[in-house]
Design a binder for this molecule. Structure first.
Ligand code: AMP
Ligand code: ZN
Length: 121
């Protein structure tokens, strides 16, 4: 069973900030910003690449809950970032779909400098 499924089953502790019948949200153990929360479906889905038509409502719930949590944490006025990493090049490390809610500070983006030389597409 994957680490996030264990969090769903409460076999691994997590700092839960939101939970309903379909999803759960908890603080990232290695935050990269003052607010860094992960929202996951309780059902094990590996990544966005595995989402199908029947998952539309579940995926929507993750986004709607992220907005709600952002308001609860008072980071909405300044803004924040929502991030799904997908697979190796996307930097996904945990193979259970998760939406990063990152905020509380001004955020920057970067890719590896060597990759910049690649043709834009
Ligand atoms: P990703 O690189 O998109 O797969 O992100 C995985 C995230 O999960 C990382 O930011 C980790 O810090 C976080 N993480 C891994 N294990 C745990 C855990 N047991 N509780 C909370 N966050 C975790
Ligand atoms: Zn899982």
């Amino acid at each position: 069973m994957c680490i996030f499924c264990k969090i769903v089953k409460k076999e691994v502790p997590a700092s839960v900030v939101y939970e309903d019948s379909d999803i759960i949200a908890f603080k990232d153990v290695h935050p990269i910003a003052p607010v860094h929360i992960l929202l996951i479906p309780k059902k094990h889905i590996e990544s966005v690449d595995d989402l199908r038509d029947e998952d539309v409502s579940l995926a929507g719930k993750l986004v709607v809950a992220a907005g709600k949590i952002a308001r609860d944490f008072d980071i909405s006025p300044k803004g924040y970032k929502l991030l799904f990493r997908v697979g190796e090049w996307g930097g996904q490390e945990v193979p259970h779909l998760h939406l990063h809610l990152i905020g509380g500070a001004k955020l920057y983006e970067a890719i590896h400098p060597e990759e910049m030389s690649k043709e834009a597409r």
